[in-house]
Design a protein around this ligand. Structure first.
Ligand SMILES: CC(C)(COP(=O)(O)OP(=O)(O)OC[C@H]1O[C@@H](n2cnc3c(N)ncnc32)[C@H](O)[C@@H]1OP(=O)(O)O)[C@@H](O)C(=O)NCCC(=O)NCCS
Length: 204
């Protein structure tokens, strides 16, 4: 019999209060502020090519449409005073990786250095491990992105491995550092977890 945690479909309208900011569902009207902060090579260079550069009005439209519907509860706008200044979100795995999720984030350059991304990442990490049932969250950091590595370290992630020459971005080859946070290490999950890394789930 499996003793794995149940994977919950999250509340699509859940919000997180970060003090000077909040995480909330995307909505129509977010396009101008999203575009203003996302249209920046200094942001895009550290993200996958799926994050467009230049970031056009059409890109903002299609992201807001997708994030406010199919991705609601997994992807959140980082909202400061009603404006979208960044994003944080989960991309759950499938098949045998269904209890793992990638976690990603970016922030408009005007807001860097204030500890905002760590607060957003910490809130979603806590929610995903404590309430959603994930066993493992991970983020892939391109070599040289020291800011992001620092954010992950501050949020309790550890460097698990380096995937050499895994990334080619704008014609340059990068190693990718894989940073991980496990539910097994989460203080709130620790006590109630009946599974273990060996032999959790169905063995038959
Ligand atoms: C990574 C990012 C989200 C950081 O957001 P932020 O809110 O500015 O994060 P912080 O305020 O915690 O500042 C970054 C930390 O890195 C440190 N840092 C900055 N430059 C650094 C460098 N060159 N080397 C080492 N540490 C550095 C800062 O000192 C700070 O740490 P501290 O609080 O211990 O002093 C933001 O820079 C961003 O959106 N970058 C582009 C997209 C991206 O990289 N996303 C993540 C992909 S894995």
């Amino acid at each position: 019999m499996s003793s794995l945690p149940i994977l919950y479909t999250p509340d699509r309208d859940i919000e997180f209060d970060l003090g000077s900011a909040r995480l909330r569902r995307y909505r129509d009207g977010d396009q101008p502020s999203l575009m203003r902060h996302a249209d920046d090579e200094g942001v895009a260079r550290w993200l996958r090519d799926g994050f467009p550069h230049p970031y056009t009005a059409a890109d903002a439209d299609s992201w807001v449409e997708h994030a406010s519907t199919a991705l609601a509860g997994y992807v959140f706008a980082i909202d400061v005073g009603g404006a979208v200044v960044g994003s944080v979100g989960l991309t759950p795995g499938s098949d045998v990786f269904a209890w793992s999720s990638e976690i990603g984030y970016w922030l408009g350059r005007d807001l860097w250095g204030r500890g905002l991304a760590p607060r957003a990442l910490a809130a979603l990490t806590d929610h995903a491990l404590r309430n959603m049932g994930y066993l493992r969250l991970f983020a892939g950091v391109f070599a040289g992105n020291e800011r992001s590595a620092r954010v992950l370290a501050k949020c309790g992630y550890h460097l698990e491995s380096v995937r050499h020459a895994a990334v080619v971005k704008r014609g340059t080859v990068y190693d990718e550092a894989v940073w991980v946070r496990l539910a097994a290490d989460h203080p709130a999950v620790l006590g109630r977890a009946s599974w273990s890394a060996q032999g959790s789930g169905n063995e038959g």
